[in-house]
Design a protein around this ligand. Structure first.
Ligand code: OSB
Ligand code: MG
Length: 391
């Protein structure tokens, strides 16, 4: 039983070590929305909303999420008895369209709160009775767009040397074939390489189409989201032309979209980001749907440049058995000079990130002093649902 009596929203500002550029925009200082969920029984957890500063990846932003949580979503939980975390998704989704990242932050926080209440690590609480939960998850790196192939090659070689099990290259029209070719030549045929276009191409442009076809020659593990999020038909056309498996990210906003992908054969792999699909209940549904498909559709856990708090949720999800490909789960030091958790997230030389399996909840301590120092705004939403600005 959950009964939230206070939700604290905070924005923190965390500078990336290096700007991260994708086809639709660049992040230099990550503005991150963190939540603290307090249950009436005294249990307390931190959660993270993965929305960015600008509506380039999806239409959600940190500001729309803040509004949605305060005005519409938090009031659906505060002061109310909820049987369990599995019930929260439906509560938040009914008659509130969209705002998946805002919903997910609250919903995933409820899963963690329930894990704390039951004294279980989040991974084991989420996994439930499933067999094959892992103690360490394989990770890949996502490399942002670079000015030259040489700059990308340098980063890809460093990633391989660090032990990453997969190297993902961001691409866009004009920065694609030559960049992928250079990296493939540098790292050799045995490295798992993939490209992610973040929806930058259209089949209506002959040059775009030709570039996507040309990428088929580099033995990519997959090509992620080459076309627009709503282009399931175009993606099916493209998939039929290519040997390379398409992986969908932006297109998969809920289990219905996953079913449509399977039916239309718009792709063969799904990148599950729990924030993008509205939380863990929907992530588990997509995971199970893909595991049951024939042939089974592999899934892997994507990333959104999360802080160490969001990372805890992703690592727990990625410990599920059908997360059979390396996730974008880089350790803290890849992004930040200092992370907001202790211990920071690490990866060993085999590219494995350990899954916390002993401590209840997230499995890392949140560094509240550091968070206080980098907080730029804060608001308490409490029961009764009265919003009070405190900073
Ligand atoms: O498309 O996977 C993506 C970051 C921001 C927005 C979209 C994406 C990404 C990444 C980063 O690829 C992965 C990471 O968190 O390391
Ligand atoms: Mg992506």
């Amino acid at each position: 039983m959950l009964r939230l009596d206070k939700i604290v929203l905070r924005e923190i500002s965390l500078p990336l070590k290096e700007p991260f550029r994708i086809s639709s925009g660049v992040e230099t200082v990550r503005r991150i929305l963190l939540l603290e969920l307090h249950d009436r029984d005294g249990a307390h957890v931190w959660a993270e909303c993965v929305a960015g500063a600008l509506p380039n990846y999806t239409f959600e932003t940190i500001d729309t999420a803040w509004l949605a949580i305060r005005e519409w979503l938090a009031p659906r939980l505060l002061g109310q008895a909820v049987d369990g975390a599995a019930e929260v998704h439906a509560r938040l989704a009914t008659n509130i369209r969209g705002h998946a990242m805002a919903k997910a932050a609250l919903e995933m926080g409820c899963w963690a709160l329930e894990a704390v209440q039951r004294g279980r690590p989040l991974s084991r609480h989420l996994g439930g009775a499933r067999h094959g939960l892992r103690d360490a998850v394989p990770t890949g790196i996502s490399l942002g767009l670079q000015a030259t192939p040489a700059a990308l090659v340098e980063r890809a070689e460093a990633a391989v040397a660090a032990g990453y099990q997969k190297v993902k290259l961001k691409i866009e029209p004009g920065r694609d074939v030559a960049f992928v070719q250079a990296v493939r030549a540098a790292v050799g045929p045995a490295i798992e390489l993939m490209a992610d276009a973040n929806a930058a191409y259209t089949l209506e442009d002959a040059a775009h189409h030709a570039a996507l076809r040309a990428l088929d020659a580099y033995n990519l593990l997959m090509l992620e989201q080459p076309l627009g999020a709503d282009e399931l038909l175009g993606l099916a056309t493209l998939q039929a032309e290519l040997t390379t498996a398409l992986c969908l990210d932006e297109s998969i906003t809920d289990r219905g979209r996953a079913k449509a992908m399977l039916a239309l054969q718009s792709g063969r792999i799904i990148n599950i980001k729990p924030g993008r699909v509205g939380g863990f209940t929907e992530s588990l549904a997509i995971h199970d749907l893909c595991a049951a498909a024939r042939p089974a559709v592999p899934v892997w856990c994507g990333g959104m440049l999360e802080s160490g708090i969001g990372r805890a949720y992703n690592v727990a999800l990625a410990s599920l058995p059908n997360f059979s490909l390396p996730g974008d789960l880089s350790p803290s030091a890849r992004y930040w000079a200092r992370d907001v958790v202790t211990p920071e997230w690490t990866m060993n030389a085999e590219g494995l990130v350990p899954v916390p399996t002993t401590v209840p909840g997230l499995g890392v301590e949140v560094d509240t002093d550091f968070i206080d120092a980098i907080t730029t705004r804060m608001e308490v939403v409490s029961n009764p649902a009265v919003a009070v600005a405190v900073a």
